[in-house]
Design a protein around this ligand. Structure first.
Ligand SMILES: [Zn+2]
Ligand SMILES: [Zn+2]
Ligand SMILES: [Zn+2]
Length: 365
């Protein structure tokens, strides 16, 4: 991640007297990402109707499960209960959709998953949200933060942003907090102090080996490319005096933010995150509205007959919902099923719908 890494140097740390803390906060561990012990991603048992996604990969990364004969895969999954839909995501990943949370959870540890050397997991975006919190004193370890922070939502993990300075990692006063659920809380409390939680914009993932996007060098099967001249050698061996970007052919380093391709990916990440608006964003000005989960077009019937097509076109929020849907569908790497498009539109529409109702109520006053 840009400007962020797991701290591996904390030589100035003085171990506390607590025996328990010494184990976790020994030099080097202080700024390591801290995750709730024995945490595994699961859908909450309370969620009933919806689409519950599980990804499946082969434990051997050379085995391309996505390229296997689907009929053979069907045999492997024949004992899986409640499967609604299966699809290929990539050569190494397939997606299974369940209609019930409990059945999706059961699938994760099913016997046939282990027997076939597979790994089934819930995508983070389905059950977790990451927020950024600023101005957190640098001397507090991630574990201590995890123990001291309180929030309306369950906290899963804490990471601190680190900066590399003279070959050592230096802590910054910004942290990320991972929350359970699909909305961010407005704030967290640390020692009685209130801190605002901001959206986290993930950095663009660019492979250091081939310089293409959306995978890391660890999983790269492409040929090495030079970030200076785009030829097949390491940048360390490069003798070229002319810069040529591997991705766009332009006169810049392939890792540069000047690259229009990279810049557009950064922009997409930002717009995706903004679309993924939090509960706090929506309810900021609302005190008497139903929770988001209840506000779908089927059960919110307050003013529809009063709205003409022209009203809809004139309403910035409706237009935004349509644009958000087009952008997020266009940016998604997943296979675009009708279900996916519908879901995305409904999500964006619900967000606009609430604003629209507010708009119509305030305009009546
Ligand atoms: Zn690569
Ligand atoms: Zn080169
Ligand atoms: Zn470029």
């Amino acid at each position: 991640m840009q400007g962020e890494s797991d701290g591996d140097d904390a030589s100035s740390y003085k171990s506390s007297s607590s025996k328990k803390r010494k184990i976790f906060d020994s030099p080097g561990d202080k700024y390591k990402p801290f995750q709730k012990p024995s945490y595994t991603r699961k859908y909450p048992d309370t969620t009933s109707n919806g689409e519950f996604i599980v990804f499946v990969e082969h434990c051997n990364k050379d085995t391309k499960i996505g390229n296997m004969n689907p009929l053979n895969l069907s045999k492997i999954f024949k004992n899986a209960k409640g499967v609604h839909e299966r699809s290929r995501i990539s050569a190494r990943k397939i997606k299974i959709i369940f209609k019930q949370a409990a059945l999706a959870n059961d699938f994760l540890n099913a016997q046939f998953i282990q027997e076939n050397n597979l790994r089934a997991y819930i995508p983070a975006a389905s059950v977790e949200r990451v927020g950024v919190v600023r101005y957190i004193p640098k001397e507090i370890s991630n574990r201590e933060l995890f123990e001291k922070i309180s929030s309306d939502l369950d906290i899963i993990g804490v990471r601190r942003f680190m900066k590399k300075e003279n070959n050592t990692f230096v802590p910054l006063n910004t942290i990320t907090v991972t929350f359970s659920g699909t909305v961010l809380p407005q704030c967290i409390f640390l020692d009685g102090w209130r801190y605002k939680v901001h959206n986290y914009i993930p950095p663009v993932l660019q492979c250091f080996k081939c310089l293409l996007f959306n995978h890391s060098a660890k999983y790269c099967f492409n040929e090495q490319a030079c970030s200076k001249c785009a030829e097949n050698h390491s940048y360390k061996e490069c003798t070229s005096e002319v810069l040529k970007c591997k991705n766009c052919g332009g006169n810049h380093l392939a890792i540069s933010k000047e690259c229009p391709i990279k810049a557009s990916k950064i922009k997409k990440n930002i717009s995706l995150r903004v679309n993924n608006s939090t509960y706090a964003d929506i309810t900021n000005n609302l005190t008497s509205f139903p929770p988001l989960t209840k506000a779908n077009p089927q059960n919110v019937k307050i003013v529809p007959e009063k709205i003409s097509a022209q009203d809809i076109i004139n309403n910035q929020k409706i237009l935004e919902a349509i644009i958000s849907t087009i952008v997020s569908i266009g940016n998604s790497n997943e296979i675009k099923t009708t279900t996916h498009i519908k879901e995305t539109f409904i999500k964006n529409f619900n967000k606009s719908w609430i604003v629209l109702i507010l708009y119509s109520i305030t305009s009546r006053v």
